[in-house]
Design a protein around this ligand. Structure first.
Ligand SMILES: [Zn+2]
Length: 312
């Protein structure tokens, strides 16, 4: 009987082994780019990201740096409207600190102020769309470089109703994004498509690396959280990123859903300056040997070089 049910499910197209899920998160909203484009253009490119999400049925959460929403000291409605586009499509927004402050470089009091200031526009906006607001994503994934700072911030976030948004699929997407901007700026547009292809292949290799980490830590595929940024390479190629995940057997879920995985209750005693994957924080806590981190895919040298040009 059991076999019959199993066979029927398979015939109906249910793949009962397909349990892989990922929550896609975007940082640095409303938009991040290394070269100047108009507000209208940023809005158009935001819409491209959202169109791809709709096509693949991927619920997103975007983390906002509210300093970008202000112009000459007052709130610029054009940027608020860009944030509303995410909410109108049913996505969520969270806090990424007002000024994208680096916690490694600032003390706890200054950082806490930056977090508070980072919610003034977004929190009421979410309320207007009946969306809950309460996730915090650390800029550079820096949780604190001393035990005192880690504990202070975790306590501060908890007591202010925030949930820390972890990242398992950390990656060098921002370097590819800077390289992509460099090509856009220099009009070497024939090199854009090959770079985008390389970008997606790199993300696939990173995904497989973290899947191996997950297997070695938990003996299974955990629910992942992917970090991307609202930038040009994703405006034009997010659909290809989503297709890659789909090809690898992934379904897209909300951050709430991904964090239901008990893996996220793992002990994290990492203290340091690194902005690293939560998988590695858990592995460091468990004192995994160096071998655990072997064969991590790196960003190719020519991409690093192009990105440095963009940064100048
Ligand atoms: Zn950021």
């Amino acid at each position: 009987m059991k076999l019959f049910v199993l066979a029927s499910l398979l015939l109906l197209g249910f793949d009962i082994t397909a349990q892989k899920v990922v929550s896609i998160t975007f940082d640095d909203l409303p938009y991040h780019t290394n070269y100047g484009i108009s507000v209208d253009e940023k809005e158009k490119r935001t819409k491209l990201i959202l169109t791809a999400a709709r096509e693949y049925n991927a619920p997103l959460i975007g983390f906002v740096n509210e300093y970008k929403v202000y112009h000459n000291g007052s709130v610029d409605s054009a940027f608020v409207q860009m944030l509303e586009l995410w909410l109108k499509d049913g996505h969520s927004l969270g806090n990424h600190a007002f000024s994208h402050m680096d916690y490694n470089r600032r003390d706890s009091v200054a950082f806490a102020e930056d977090v508070k200031r980072g919610a003034l526009v977004t929190a009421p906006l979410c309320a207007r769309y009946a969306k809950s607001y309460g996730y915090f994503r650390h800029p550079y994934l820096h949780r604190g470089d001393t035990k005192e700072k880690v504990e202070f911030l975790a306590r501060f976030l908890r007591s202010n109703g925030y949930v820390e948004a972890p990242v398992t699929l950390d990656n060098g997407e921002w370097i590819f994004a800077a390289a992509y901007d460099s090509l856009l700026k220099s009009d070497r547009h024939q090199a854009l498509a090959p770079l985008a292809k390389e970008y997606v292949n790199y993300l696939r290799a990173k995904l497989k690396f973290y899947e191996r980490n997950s297997d070695e830590l938990f003996g299974r595929k955990i629910s992942h959280v992917m970090l991307l940024h609202a930038n040009n390479i994703n405006a034009f190629h997010f659909a290809e990123v989503l297709r890659m995940f789909r090809d690898e057997g992934y379904n897209f879920v909300t951050l709430d859903k991904a964090l239901e995985d008990p893996a996220y209750k793992s002990r994290d005693e990492y203290v340091g300056r690194g902005g690293i994957s939560w998988l590695h924080r858990w592995a460091i806590t468990l004192k995994k040997p160096r071998e655990f981190y072997r064969d991590e895919p790196s960003v190719p040298e020519h991409v690093l070089k192009l990105a440095r040009v963009a940064g100048e």
